[in-house]
Design a protein around this ligand. Structure first.
Ligand code: G3H
Ligand code: 13P
Ligand code: ZN
Length: 283
Protein backbone atom coordinates (compact mmCIF):
# COMPACT_ATOMS: atom_id res chain seq x y z
CA UNK A 1 0.00 0.00 0.00
CA UNK A 2 1.02 3.58 -0.68
CA UNK A 3 1.80 5.48 2.54
CA UNK A 4 3.67 8.61 3.60
CA UNK A 5 7.33 8.67 4.53
CA UNK A 6 6.42 10.14 7.92
CA UNK A 7 4.39 7.17 9.05
CA UNK A 8 7.13 4.73 8.00
CA UNK A 9 9.86 6.65 9.77
CA UNK A 10 7.93 7.27 12.98
CA UNK A 11 7.44 3.52 13.33
CA UNK A 12 11.13 2.93 12.55
CA UNK A 13 12.11 5.50 15.19
CA UNK A 14 9.79 3.99 17.77
CA UNK A 15 11.03 0.45 17.15
CA UNK A 16 14.74 1.05 16.55
CA UNK A 17 15.20 0.08 12.91
CA UNK A 18 15.74 1.90 9.61
CA UNK A 19 13.68 1.94 6.42
CA UNK A 20 15.68 1.49 3.20
CA UNK A 21 15.20 4.22 0.59
CA UNK A 22 16.33 2.93 -2.77
CA UNK A 23 16.72 5.03 -5.93
CA UNK A 24 14.53 4.10 -8.89
CA UNK A 25 15.04 4.90 -12.57
CA UNK A 26 13.19 2.14 -14.43
CA UNK A 27 10.72 -0.71 -14.10
CA UNK A 28 13.23 -3.44 -13.25
CA UNK A 29 14.61 -1.45 -10.31
CA UNK A 30 11.09 -0.77 -8.98
CA UNK A 31 10.22 -4.47 -9.29
CA UNK A 32 13.44 -5.59 -7.60
CA UNK A 33 12.74 -3.30 -4.62
CA UNK A 34 9.10 -4.30 -4.23
CA UNK A 35 9.80 -8.02 -4.56
CA UNK A 36 12.62 -7.76 -1.97
CA UNK A 37 10.32 -5.84 0.39
CA UNK A 38 7.50 -8.34 0.01
CA UNK A 39 9.76 -11.37 0.42
CA UNK A 40 11.22 -9.93 3.65
CA UNK A 41 7.99 -8.30 4.84
CA UNK A 42 9.74 -4.91 5.02
CA UNK A 43 8.37 -1.38 4.70
CA UNK A 44 10.30 0.47 1.98
CA UNK A 45 10.77 3.83 0.27
CA UNK A 46 11.01 4.16 -3.52
CA UNK A 47 12.85 7.38 -4.25
CA UNK A 48 13.40 9.20 -7.53
CA UNK A 49 16.10 11.83 -7.96
CA UNK A 50 15.66 14.78 -10.31
CA UNK A 51 18.04 12.96 -12.66
CA UNK A 52 15.87 9.83 -12.45
CA UNK A 53 12.74 11.88 -13.17
CA UNK A 54 14.43 13.53 -16.15
CA UNK A 55 15.55 10.12 -17.46
CA UNK A 56 12.22 8.28 -17.14
CA UNK A 57 9.79 11.22 -17.32
CA UNK A 58 7.60 12.26 -14.40
CA UNK A 59 4.49 10.45 -15.73
CA UNK A 60 6.35 7.16 -16.13
CA UNK A 61 8.23 7.22 -12.85
CA UNK A 62 5.23 8.41 -10.80
CA UNK A 63 2.93 5.84 -12.43
CA UNK A 64 5.41 3.01 -11.92
CA UNK A 65 5.93 3.97 -8.30
CA UNK A 66 2.24 4.40 -7.52
CA UNK A 67 1.15 1.15 -9.18
CA UNK A 68 3.94 -0.77 -7.50
CA UNK A 69 3.15 0.75 -4.10
CA UNK A 70 -0.63 0.35 -4.31
CA UNK A 71 -0.34 -3.31 -5.29
CA UNK A 72 2.38 -4.12 -2.76
CA UNK A 73 1.63 -6.27 0.27
CA UNK A 74 3.90 -4.03 2.35
CA UNK A 75 3.75 -0.27 3.05
CA UNK A 76 5.64 1.78 0.45
CA UNK A 77 6.30 5.54 0.25
CA UNK A 78 7.07 7.34 -3.01
CA UNK A 79 9.70 10.01 -2.32
CA UNK A 80 11.52 12.78 -4.22
CA UNK A 81 15.27 12.51 -3.52
CA UNK A 82 17.32 15.75 -3.35
CA UNK A 83 14.66 18.09 -4.71
CA UNK A 84 16.50 21.35 -5.20
CA UNK A 85 13.68 23.72 -6.02
CA UNK A 86 10.09 24.52 -5.20
CA UNK A 87 8.74 23.77 -8.69
CA UNK A 88 10.24 20.27 -8.74
CA UNK A 89 8.63 19.51 -5.38
CA UNK A 90 5.25 20.79 -6.61
CA UNK A 91 5.50 18.65 -9.76
CA UNK A 92 6.08 15.53 -7.67
CA UNK A 93 3.27 16.34 -5.26
CA UNK A 94 0.91 16.89 -8.21
CA UNK A 95 1.88 13.44 -9.54
CA UNK A 96 1.13 11.67 -6.27
CA UNK A 97 4.44 11.44 -4.42
CA UNK A 98 3.76 10.92 -0.71
CA UNK A 99 7.07 12.31 0.49
CA UNK A 100 9.58 14.88 -0.78
CA UNK A 101 13.07 16.04 0.06
CA UNK A 102 13.86 19.71 -0.23
CA UNK A 103 17.64 19.95 -0.29
CA UNK A 104 18.54 23.48 0.73
CA UNK A 105 21.99 22.45 1.95
CA UNK A 106 23.60 24.84 -0.55
CA UNK A 107 22.06 27.80 1.27
CA UNK A 108 23.14 29.52 4.48
CA UNK A 109 21.09 28.43 7.51
CA UNK A 110 18.49 31.26 7.46
CA UNK A 111 17.83 30.80 3.77
CA UNK A 112 17.64 27.00 4.10
CA UNK A 113 15.04 27.44 6.87
CA UNK A 114 12.99 29.90 4.80
CA UNK A 115 13.12 27.75 1.64
CA UNK A 116 12.24 24.58 3.55
CA UNK A 117 9.29 26.31 5.23
CA UNK A 118 7.94 27.45 1.87
CA UNK A 119 7.82 23.80 0.74
CA UNK A 120 6.42 22.54 4.04
CA UNK A 121 3.49 24.93 3.94
CA UNK A 122 2.24 23.38 0.71
CA UNK A 123 3.36 19.77 1.27
CA UNK A 124 1.82 19.44 4.71
CA UNK A 125 -1.43 21.01 3.52
CA UNK A 126 -1.85 17.98 1.24
CA UNK A 127 -0.45 15.37 3.64
CA UNK A 128 2.97 14.94 2.02
CA UNK A 129 6.01 14.37 4.26
CA UNK A 130 9.09 16.56 4.00
CA UNK A 131 12.77 15.69 4.43
CA UNK A 132 15.31 18.51 4.66
CA UNK A 133 19.13 18.50 4.70
CA UNK A 134 21.55 20.34 6.91
CA UNK A 135 25.32 20.19 6.45
CA UNK A 136 27.06 19.10 3.29
CA UNK A 137 27.05 15.44 2.24
CA UNK A 138 30.15 15.04 0.09
CA UNK A 139 30.86 13.57 -3.29
CA UNK A 140 33.37 10.77 -3.09
CA UNK A 141 36.21 12.69 -1.47
CA UNK A 142 37.74 11.10 1.61
CA UNK A 143 40.67 11.76 3.97
CA UNK A 144 39.22 15.11 4.98
CA UNK A 145 40.74 16.87 7.98
CA UNK A 146 38.96 17.57 11.28
CA UNK A 147 38.64 21.30 10.43
CA UNK A 148 37.02 20.41 7.16
CA UNK A 149 34.71 18.00 8.97
CA UNK A 150 33.53 20.73 11.32
CA UNK A 151 32.89 23.03 8.38
CA UNK A 152 30.80 20.55 6.42
CA UNK A 153 29.29 18.14 8.93
CA UNK A 154 25.92 18.99 10.47
CA UNK A 155 26.29 21.25 13.48
CA UNK A 156 24.06 19.97 16.35
CA UNK A 157 23.09 23.49 17.51
CA UNK A 158 22.14 24.45 13.97
CA UNK A 159 20.15 21.24 13.68
CA UNK A 160 18.23 22.15 16.83
CA UNK A 161 17.44 25.63 15.49
CA UNK A 162 16.50 24.20 12.08
CA UNK A 163 14.03 21.71 13.53
CA UNK A 164 12.54 24.28 15.93
CA UNK A 165 11.98 26.82 13.15
CA UNK A 166 10.61 24.40 10.58
CA UNK A 167 8.13 21.60 10.91
CA UNK A 168 10.15 19.01 8.98
CA UNK A 169 9.28 15.34 9.28
CA UNK A 170 12.84 14.00 8.99
CA UNK A 171 16.34 15.45 8.72
CA UNK A 172 19.27 14.37 6.53
CA UNK A 173 22.57 14.95 8.31
CA UNK A 174 26.19 15.03 7.14
CA UNK A 175 28.22 12.75 9.43
CA UNK A 176 30.97 11.33 7.19
CA UNK A 177 29.21 9.52 4.37
CA UNK A 178 29.44 10.57 0.72
CA UNK A 179 27.50 9.78 -2.44
CA UNK A 180 29.01 7.34 -4.92
CA UNK A 181 31.82 4.78 -4.70
CA UNK A 182 34.17 5.27 -1.72
CA UNK A 183 37.91 5.46 -2.31
CA UNK A 184 38.72 4.40 1.26
CA UNK A 185 36.55 3.23 4.15
CA UNK A 186 34.08 5.90 5.28
CA UNK A 187 34.50 7.07 8.88
CA UNK A 188 31.22 8.03 10.48
CA UNK A 189 31.04 10.54 13.31
CA UNK A 190 28.84 8.42 15.61
CA UNK A 191 28.98 10.87 18.52
CA UNK A 192 27.57 13.55 16.27
CA UNK A 193 24.62 11.33 15.28
CA UNK A 194 23.81 10.72 18.95
CA UNK A 195 24.13 14.38 19.96
CA UNK A 196 21.88 15.46 17.08
CA UNK A 197 19.37 12.69 17.84
CA UNK A 198 19.14 13.79 21.49
CA UNK A 199 18.62 17.42 20.48
CA UNK A 200 16.16 17.27 17.60
CA UNK A 201 13.68 14.44 18.14
CA UNK A 202 12.82 13.93 14.44
CA UNK A 203 13.93 10.75 12.60
CA UNK A 204 17.40 11.15 11.01
CA UNK A 205 18.42 10.22 7.47
CA UNK A 206 21.76 8.82 6.26
CA UNK A 207 22.67 9.57 2.62
CA UNK A 208 25.56 8.05 0.68
CA UNK A 209 25.09 4.72 2.45
CA UNK A 210 26.31 2.36 -0.30
CA UNK A 211 29.67 0.88 0.63
CA UNK A 212 29.29 1.72 4.33
CA UNK A 213 30.28 -1.40 6.36
CA UNK A 214 27.47 -3.37 7.98
CA UNK A 215 28.68 -2.71 11.54
CA UNK A 216 28.76 1.05 10.95
CA UNK A 217 25.22 0.98 9.56
CA UNK A 218 23.96 -1.01 12.55
CA UNK A 219 25.63 1.40 14.97
CA UNK A 220 24.23 4.44 13.13
CA UNK A 221 20.74 2.93 13.37
CA UNK A 222 21.15 2.30 17.11
CA UNK A 223 22.00 6.00 17.51
CA UNK A 224 18.98 7.39 15.65
CA UNK A 225 19.27 6.87 11.88
CA UNK A 226 15.80 5.82 10.63
CA UNK A 227 16.09 6.19 6.82
CA UNK A 228 19.05 4.86 4.83
CA UNK A 229 19.57 5.93 1.21
CA UNK A 230 21.07 3.44 -1.22
CA UNK A 231 21.72 4.03 -4.90
CA UNK A 232 25.31 3.13 -5.87
CA UNK A 233 25.12 -0.45 -4.55
CA UNK A 234 22.12 -1.04 -6.84
CA UNK A 235 23.95 0.48 -9.81
CA UNK A 236 26.84 -1.91 -9.17
CA UNK A 237 24.51 -4.93 -8.90
CA UNK A 238 22.64 -3.89 -12.06
CA UNK A 239 25.83 -3.36 -14.10
CA UNK A 240 27.38 -6.61 -12.90
CA UNK A 241 24.24 -8.53 -13.83
CA UNK A 242 24.14 -7.10 -17.35
CA UNK A 243 27.89 -7.48 -17.97
CA UNK A 244 27.99 -11.04 -16.68
CA UNK A 245 25.02 -12.11 -18.80
CA UNK A 246 26.33 -10.51 -21.98
CA UNK A 247 29.78 -12.03 -21.48
CA UNK A 248 28.25 -15.48 -21.06
CA UNK A 249 25.64 -14.98 -23.81
CA UNK A 250 27.15 -12.62 -26.40
CA UNK A 251 24.58 -13.51 -29.06
CA UNK A 252 21.49 -12.99 -26.93
CA UNK A 253 19.55 -9.89 -27.97
CA UNK A 254 16.43 -10.20 -25.78
CA UNK A 255 16.21 -7.26 -23.31
CA UNK A 256 14.13 -9.41 -20.97
CA UNK A 257 16.87 -12.02 -20.77
CA UNK A 258 19.59 -9.38 -20.42
CA UNK A 259 17.83 -7.48 -17.62
CA UNK A 260 16.57 -10.43 -15.56
CA UNK A 261 19.98 -11.20 -13.95
CA UNK A 262 20.39 -7.48 -13.22
CA UNK A 263 17.06 -7.47 -11.43
CA UNK A 264 17.92 -10.65 -9.52
CA UNK A 265 21.24 -9.23 -8.31
CA UNK A 266 19.62 -5.96 -7.22
CA UNK A 267 16.92 -7.87 -5.36
CA UNK A 268 19.50 -9.94 -3.45
CA UNK A 269 21.44 -6.79 -2.53
CA UNK A 270 18.25 -5.05 -1.32
CA UNK A 271 17.25 -8.03 0.82
CA UNK A 272 20.74 -8.09 2.35
CA UNK A 273 20.37 -4.38 3.23
CA UNK A 274 16.91 -4.91 4.71
CA UNK A 275 18.33 -7.51 7.11
CA UNK A 276 21.06 -5.08 8.17
CA UNK A 277 18.55 -2.24 8.59
CA UNK A 278 16.33 -4.38 10.83
CA UNK A 279 13.25 -3.66 8.69
CA UNK A 280 12.52 -7.37 8.07
CA UNK A 281 9.08 -8.35 9.39
CA UNK A 282 8.30 -4.74 10.35
CA UNK A 283 5.68 -4.25 7.59
O1 G3H B 1 21.99 11.17 -4.17
C1 G3H B 1 22.15 10.91 -5.36
C2 G3H B 1 21.56 9.70 -5.95
O2 G3H B 1 22.54 8.70 -6.08
C3 G3H B 1 20.90 10.02 -7.26
O3 G3H B 1 21.85 10.18 -8.27
O4 G3H B 1 21.16 12.27 -9.42
O5 G3H B 1 22.52 10.51 -10.62
O6 G3H B 1 20.10 10.11 -10.07
P1 G3H B 1 21.38 10.80 -9.69
P1 13P C 1 24.72 6.25 -2.60
O1 13P C 1 24.61 6.29 -4.08
O2 13P C 1 26.10 6.58 -2.12
O3 13P C 1 24.18 5.00 -2.02
O4 13P C 1 23.80 7.45 -2.03
C1 13P C 1 22.43 7.43 -2.27
C2 13P C 1 21.78 8.65 -1.76
O5 13P C 1 22.18 9.27 -0.79
C3 13P C 1 20.56 9.11 -2.46
O6 13P C 1 20.06 10.29 -1.91
ZN1 ZN D 1 21.59 11.57 -1.16
Amino acid sequence: MLVTGRELLLDAQKNGYAVGAFNVNNMEIVQAIIEAAEETNSPVILQASQGGIKYAGIEYIASLGKIAARNAKVPVALHLDHGTDFDQVMLCIRHGFTSVMIDGSRFALDENIAYTNKVIEVAHAVGVSVEAELGKIGGTEDHITVDERDATFTDPEEALRFVKETNIDFLAIAVGTAHGVYKGEPKLDFDRIKVIRDKVGVPLVLHGSSGVPEEALRKAISLGICKINIDTDLRIAFAEGVKHFIKANPDNIDPRKILTPAKTRMKEKIKEKMHIFGSVNKA
